[in-house]
Design a binder for this molecule. Sequence first.
Ligand code: B12
Length: 432
Amino acid sequence: MLGLALAMGVLLALVGCTATEHCAAPQDQVCQLLQRMEGSIKPGEVPNPSILLAMSLLGADTENPNYKLLLQDIKEEVVTTAQKAMTSGQVAQYVLALLSSCQDPRQVHALGLTIDLISILQQKTDEEMAVLEDKGHPKTTLFSMSLDTMALCLARADRYRAPAVALAKEMLSPNSHLDVDTRAVAVLALVCAHDNMEDLEVQDLLHEAVWTVTNDFLDEQEERKGLIGNIYSMGLALQALEASRDFYAPRDWDCAQAFAVVTSHTFELPMAIAQVLPALVGTSYLDAATLNCGAPTDLCPSLQTHGVPRGMMSPPGASQTPQESQDITVHYSITNKLQGTPWHYSISVTVPGGSTLLEVMERAEKMDPENFSFKTEQTSWGPFVVSIHGLAGSDNDRTYWQFLSSGKPLEQGVGSYSPKNWEHIQAIFSTY
Ligand code: B12
């Protein structure tokens, strides 16, 4: 079924059809993105389950060596760290990845160990709910709680009803100002929960929440010439709109307009590609549990990397423009008005043009280590700044270092954002 949808989508794209019913990006663009994303799979690194999920949704051949390597790394990561070191949302991402490769998440075997990932997810989702009831926000985020609900629902496990109801109420609350990404994943979770719910009253509530969010997305797309949130929210927003067509019918979705925005952007980060690719071939995370793993659709057959040495594959970012040679000066300031005695420091840093913000921060630290020292942690989106000047963000206090340029929050992290000459970058200790 999915194979047919993919083939249809590709056919429509190849004949240049702009029908509003089915949208698909040009195949060469899809395959280029897939190649870039696959090139990031490295043995020995923490695996990214969203990449396996995206590959599966694109009909990857399960015999593809990158796919096999990633699946094995995922199983090993699950048996060694899921219980103790993963958040609920991370466990949910692994469940979705395993479902998409036709593995049973209730029995994950690797390294001579076996674990039941579903019961771990149920336990961690219960913890999210307990904190939500106590403090008015979940233990982590509503984004993660949406992933949890979707993964439990797709795995046909129970205990997703209460989180689905809570999510629906959050979506409908006039006081919650949730970002597009969170609302998009919530839509996916609620569509799944709605379709598997017997209680008609609850079904109505979930329907209303999906209807409200998707109509807001469609309004925003109309007002902003195709954009919903920012370019990095588009993958999840498009997945949500694709999966919920019945909910906003008879209203139509001009998917061609939204696709034009996405296909005109060059996505470099593997994680950004992993969120956008399923949407570009007309699928969503909701298809993860019903894929036919024995019959790959081979959307990009030339991608087979058998025998290609890893170093020969293009690394992420390889298509970036070469570094400009002229030096640039960046004003960088760090501010804490939230915790203890307030403080503020500024510095001007000169770096080669094209340098990333991370390189600017490293230069500042070298010039004035007393004030501008900082620490990062590697995540699926690249380096996340955990502390500056000895002050660390905290999940418990819901604090983090926010980055702004001329007062506007950056849409990229420090590892990918390249400031311009004379730009003023602020790091402000904030709450979320
Ligand atoms: C929740 C969230 C946050 C929370 C995370 C808190 C928490 N305890 O969960 C907070 C508010 C801290 C946050 C901060 C930022 N975020 Co944010 N975040 C998200 C969101 C909505 C969900 C991530 C998530 O929970 N995933 C599920 C869990 C299970 O996966 P995970 O791998 O464990 O998630 C971790 C990482 O994603 C990490 N993280 C979150 N955001 C970012 C951003 C960057 C650049 C990095 C490296 C890591 C990172 O925190 C998560 C929890 O530990 C995504 C949306 C999306 N489309 O993915 C945006 C998203 C990833 N964030 C984004 C951005 C831009 C930022 C900021 C740079 C914003 C800013 N101007 O300061 C900062 C990071 C600054 C820094 N200190 O380095 C962009 C990244 C785009 C890109 N091309 O890099 C996204 C895609 C949103 C968007 N559409 O613009 N974020």
